[in-house]
Design a protein around this ligand. Structure first.
Ligand code: ADP
Length: 247
């Protein structure tokens, strides 16, 4: 056992004979912030789908390190309950509920969000919601309808809803897309802070955003790891340059 929080060992998956993930190995440590980049079709989404149980690999191992259990045959909800949260690109908040209610729902029950309709939150929950709102920078927007928040604020709210479920690994897909410069900067701060207490993996195209995240970068290409290291290190790698220039 490597001691990693998540250990991906030699996974492959093909769609109609096309290898989308090709013998990919990859470790994430506890409390690590990691960026994954790569051109379109590199396998980034498929990789996240495998980790979260949406797609089953044809071969290889995915081990949740702390319990040393295989995730391969687990369902998506089992994996979420084990502490792997995933944020998709498009925010999916409950628009007609307030920011507070969205966070309370996430805190109370990750499987049955509607349960909050029958639930009165106690002081402890209210304090937790206040803490999360503070962490995501929405303390002044707790009583607003989520549908009235800006695109960036909705993204932060959804990250807050995931944090409420206390993941040990948070996967975030293209958080900077569609954001203003200020929103992007706040998102960097938020993700860096989130990674102080859990592992965070960010898939992102925006290189300026990744530079500001200031973390280890993994470059995927044709379903395998092409390079790994600091952003400066990987962007000086000739293989990476060739792939990005389409050579
Ligand atoms: P990325 O997220 O890096 O853009 P993807 O993981 O979405 O890459 O896709 C990797 C490759 O696998 C692409 O060539 C894509 O067309 C192919 N692929 C992904 N999902 C499917 C699927 N369900 N059926 C067929 N091909 C797929």
């Amino acid at each position: 056992m490597s001691g990693a929080l998540l250990e991906v060992d030699g996974i492959s998956v093909s769609f109609d004979g096309f290898k989308a993930i090709n013998n990919l190995s990859f470790n994430i440590d506890s409390g690590e912030l990691r960026a994954i980049i790569g051109p379109n079709g590199a396998g980034k989404t498929t990789f996240m789908d495998i980790i979260t149980g949406k797609t089953r690999p044809d071969s290889g191992k995915v081990i949740w390190g702390e319990e040393n259990v295989s995730l391969i045959k687990k369902s998506e909800s089992d994996i979420a309950n084990m502490g792997i949260g995933r944020k998709f690109q498009k925010p999916t908040v409950f628009e007609d509920q307030t920011t507070r209610d969205n966070l309370t729902m996430a805190l109370k029950n990750k499987r049955k969000p509607w349960a909050v309709l029958f639930y009165h939150s106690n002081a402890d929950d209210r304090a937790k919601v206040d803490d999360i709102a503070d962490e995501i920078g929405l303390s002044d927007h707790l009583d607003r309808r989520a549908g009235d928040l800006s695109h960036g604020q909705k993204q932060w709210l959804e990250i807050g809803m995931l944090l409420a479920q206390e993941p040990r690994l948070l996967l975030v897909d293209e958080p900077a897309a569609g954001m203003t410069v200020d929103e992007r900067n706040h998102t960097v701060t938020l993700l860096r802070r989130a990674a102080e207490t859990r592992a965070v993996v960010v898939v992102e195209h925006d290189m300026e955003f990744i530079r500001n995240l200031d973390c280890k970068v993994t470059v995927l290409h044709e379903g395998s790891v092409l390079a790994e290291g600091s952003l400066d290190h990987v962007t000086q790698n000739q293989d990476v340059i060739d792939v990005y220039l389409g050579r």
